[in-house]
Design a protein around this ligand. Structure first.
Ligand SMILES: NC(=O)c1ccc[n+]([C@@H]2O[C@H](COP(=O)([O-])OP(=O)(O)OC[C@H]3O[C@@H](n4cnc5c(N)ncnc54)[C@H](OP(=O)(O)O)[C@@H]3O)[C@@H](O)[C@H]2O)c1
Length: 285
């Protein structure tokens, strides 16, 4: 059997490859990168590499030749994803790939979030291709809150624009481990899986941060402009980064991430790390 992981040079792909190596022989694992240069560290780690970009159908067809199962990590290039993802699914079909695990978005097919549109489109393409699949509808990486959390630890102030919205935060590493188990073919996976941690508000996330850091935080709920300005003025974030973090908080506020997860323990083979343990892993040295 041969398994290809796309986005292999990114955060999710890196974690997924490491987890896959623990599940199957490394001879069966292939990693997709955009260039030989970017693939160098993957080769050093002993992975076989295929070179292609989502923008080039021919390169994808060549890369997918001989591959049985695909972990398709969604493109990070918002705005170009629909044509890119179409290229991937078309090439997968041509290459006779038998299974796709695709990193999607919570309730992608019914969500009203603008972020869900590309994922709904891609899920539909996969359904139409007739290829067996699992839509891994990943909730929110805890890493997305790096701005607000590092600022809170530095200043004692947790300033957010998430209102009462809830998200099912989890470690990117664990979402990727789940994806590795899905694509490994060693476990039964459903065709749709809502992936995430327990649903929490920012207030609850801040309280969990207080517990693990031992710091009392001043928790403020505000609008996105104020949250962004706080990150710039008090924590020294560049404008672009501050706006990115604040806009992510607005997504939580919209309620589109308040999606109850399926049974994570069943599919991960262990419970997801608790929010406290996850916060510790990422932010408490
Ligand atoms: N659930 C969430 O909280 C959340 C948040 C943010 C993003 N996401 C989604 O999750 C995905 C994985 O996250 P991540 O943290 O691993 O992102 P990342 O570190 O930015 O990695 C993205 C990967 O996709 C590759 N890629 C981008 N455009 C490509 C193209 N045109 N052709 C081939 N490969 C391409 C990148 O290759 P290079 O190394 O060559 O750039 C990289 O390997 C993202 O791409 C995004 O769709 C989810």
């Amino acid at each position: 059997m041969s398994i290809l992981v796309t986005g292999a040079t990114g955060g999710f792909g890196t974690y997924a490859l490491a987890a896959l190596k623990d599940l199957i022989s490394q001879d069966e694992i292939f990693a997709l990168a955009r260039s030989e240069e970017k693939a160098a560290s993957l080769k050093e780690k002993g992975f076989s590499v295929k070179i292609a970009t989502y923008d080039d159908p021919k390169s994808l067809e060549q890369a997918f030749h001989g591959i049985d199962r695909l972990l398709f990590v969604s493109s990070s290039e918002i705005g170009s994803r629909q044509p890119q993802h179409k290229n991937v699914i078309d090439a997968a079909k041509k290459a006779g790939i038998s299974y796709i695990a695709y990193t999607s978005f919570g309730k992608a097919n019914t969500s009203t979030s603008p972020l869900a549109q590309d994922h709904a489109y891609t899920e539909k393409l996969i359904l139409e291709s007739g290829i067996d699949h699992t839509f891994l509808r990943n909730n929110w990486y805890l890493e997305n809150e790096g701005g607000i959390i590092t600022a809170a630890l530095k200043t004692g102030k947790f300033v957010h624009a998430g209102g009462e919205g809830k998200a099912g935060w989890g470690l990117k590493r664990e979402f990727a481990e789940l994806a590795a188990r899905a694509v490994s073919g060693k476990f039964d996976f459903p065709s749709i899986l809502e992936v995430g941690g327990p649903l929490l508000t920012y207030q609850e996330l801040a309280e969990a941060l207080e517990n693990v850091s031992g710091k009392k935080l001043e928790i403020t709920s505000t609008d996105a402009d104020t949250a962004s300005q706080f990150l710039q003025d008090s924590a020294g974030f560049p404008k672009e980064a501050a706006e990115y973090f604040a806009s992510a908080q607005e997504i939580v506020k919209s309620g589109s991430l308040a999606v109850e997860p399926d049974d994570m323990e069943k599919y991960l083979g262990k419970p997801l790390s608790s929010t406290e343990v996850a916060l510790k892993e990422l932010f408490i040295k």
